[in-house]
Ligand binder design. Structure first.
Ligand SMILES: Cc1cc2nc3c(=O)[nH]c(=O)nc-3n(C[C@H](O)[C@H](O)[C@H](O)COP(=O)(O)OP(=O)(O)OC[C@H]3O[C@@H](n4cnc5c(N)ncnc54)[C@H](O)[C@@H]3O)c2cc1C
Length: 233
């Protein structure tokens, strides 16, 4: 039986969700999948880089992703899904084929990137689309499980100048993350800082910057996931 949340989202969906078709899928190594979504309902849509898009998964609810780009004249957008386990969003992203009809909710405001000056973006594998939407190289720091797999995704996106820090158990890489964020902020004075990805890593970077009394223009944060929590939005 669908959960109460899924039932409510189903009801809302009939009113507000946009119909779309998955028109292209591309596997990038074992850990990422790029998905192109198209359809008339995706035309004439107002999209700001960093906005979120929710994919409606019937009987389950929704899972949230970040459009890499949005072409509102042709009605086309693109997502990059990190295939991290066997949750419903990952299952959907792993198995969906070109031609599948789906419903989406959004785009809606979340973090804002791509402004002037562009942000310094911190995150992880789930933040690649956010970093790409920010649009400029050399301002991204990501904690990742496999630097090789993530580099393959960055190459597929033609996105260079990203600092990758390998995750270690018990967050032993925290100081390396703080070092990398400090370097990016110092290289780009006046850039706002945007923190995304794993909730504990965001907290660790915030605490590290505070402890070192690092100054920056502004900070916005949004946890994309946390161990044990499902479907954070
Ligand atoms: C605003 C926003 C934008 C996002 N943009 C993107 C995006 O562009 N691409 C993308 O891939 N994801 C993105 N995410 C993250 C994605 O929504 C979550 O990873 C989500 O939990 C995936 O759903 P699921 O059904 O696979 O797993 P869930 O059912 O939600 O979770 C199952 C289990 O997996 C764990 N888990 C969730 N994410 C991860 C992870 N990354 N690594 C390890 N374990 C994890 C959970 O803690 C939980 O224990 C975004 C999230 C938000 C809030």
């Amino acid at each position: 039986m669908p959960s109460a949340t899924a039932a409510i989202q189903g009801l809302i969906g009939r009113l507000f969700f946009r119909d779309a078709t998955v028109t292209r899928v591309e596997d990038i190594g074992r850990s990422f999948r790029r998905l192109v979504l198209s359809g008339p309902a995706l035309r004439e849509v107002s999209w700001t880089p960093g906005d979120k898009l929710q994919i409606f998964l019937p009987g389950i609810g929704s899972r949230t992703y970040t459009p890499l780009r949005w072409d509102s004249s042709t009605g086309e957008t693109e997502l990059l899904a990190y295939l991290h386990g066997d949750g419903p969003g990952t299952q959907w992203a792993k198995t969906v084929s070109a031609g599948a009809a789906i419903q989406v909710f959004g785009p809606r405001g979340s973090l804002v990137v791509g402004g002037t000056p562009p942000a310094v973006v911190f995150g992880d594998e789930t933040s690649l689309a956010l970093a790409r939407a920010n649009g400029v190289p050399g301002r991204t720091v990501l904690e990742v499980t496999s630097p090789g797999e993530t580099q393959a995704a960055l190459d597929a996106l033609s996105f260079s100048g990203v600092t990758l820090v390998a995750r270690q158990s018990n967050d032993a890489h925290r100081e390396a993350l703080v070092d990398a964020v400090v370097q990016a902020l110092q290289a780009h004075p006046g850039a706002p800082l945007v923190l995304s990805g794993r909730a504990a890593a965001i907290q660790g970077v915030r605490q590290g910057l505070k402890a070192r009394k690092v100054e920056f223009a502004a900070v916005k944060a949004k946890a994309y996931w946390a161990p044990g929590k499902v479907g954070l939005d």
